[in-house]
Design a binder for this molecule. Structure first.
Ligand SMILES: [Zn+2]
Length: 205
């Protein structure tokens, strides 16, 4: 990969955009108002705006390995805080993807590294569902199930953090959705595990 070529390509891209619309970048900057927040895996090829035919400016995207919601992750928590308290986003979509290398790597024991430490969260999901997962003989299907269980865990974790619980004290939003993306056919699937204020447990002041 020639790094200089990337900067030249950027100049060609700018020219191309301005040929169609001289105000393209100004309009894009002015219209920046995301209505959706996505939590997506770093190695997912999915582009939220592309697969939903929405604009870049409508989507606030946070990525990490394995699309995890870890309650101590200040990076994620700050983005969620900004999304729900500043932008007042009404839908947060946690979107896993089949064939995720992060999910499969979580079951390897070869290396002790930052990645292993992070992915142990997925390993815990695996261990907790071990009995059911081992009933699935096909290894690929078992991994797909783990991808889905991992999204479910992230939806549950996100719905329990204080930023969300505080919003749910007196309103239904934000809705939290658990979806998956299949890179081999481009399909999004709703796992039908959405959560909102109505379903939140009533907590004492
Ligand atoms: Zn992944």
């Amino acid at each position: 990969m020639n790094i200089d070529e990337l900067l030249k390509a950027n100049q060609r891209w700018i020219k191309g955009k301005l040929i169609g619309d001289e105000e393209f970048f100004k309009k894009q900057a002015d219209s920046l108002h995301p209505q959706l927040m996505w939590i997506i895996c770093s190695d997912s090829v999915m582009r939220a705006n592309e697969v939903t035919q929405t604009k870049d400016s409508e989507n606030l995207v946070h990525r990490n390995m394995g699309n995890l919601v870890v309650p101590t992750d200040e990076n994620l928590l700050s983005v969620v805080h900004y999304a729900v308290n500043v932008l007042e986003i009404e839908h947060i979509i946690i979107c896993g993807h089949y064939g995720c290398k992060g999910v499969s790597a979580s079951l390897n024991h070869q290396d002790v590294s930052y990645l292993d430490h992070w992915l142990k969260n997925i390993k815990e999901v695996y261990v907790n569902a071990l009995t059911d997962l081992e009933k699935i003989e096909d290894v690929d299907k078992r991994m797909e199930k783990l991808v889905e269980l991992n999204v479910m865990e992230s939806v549950n974790n996100l719905s329990n953090i204080s930023v969300i619980q505080n919003k749910w004290k007196n309103r239904q939003t934000p809705f939290i959705h658990g979806w998956t993306f299949r890179p081999t056919n481009g399909q999004l699937m709703d796992l039908e595990i959405s959560k909102s204020g109505k379903e939140a447990p009533i907590t004492e002041e």
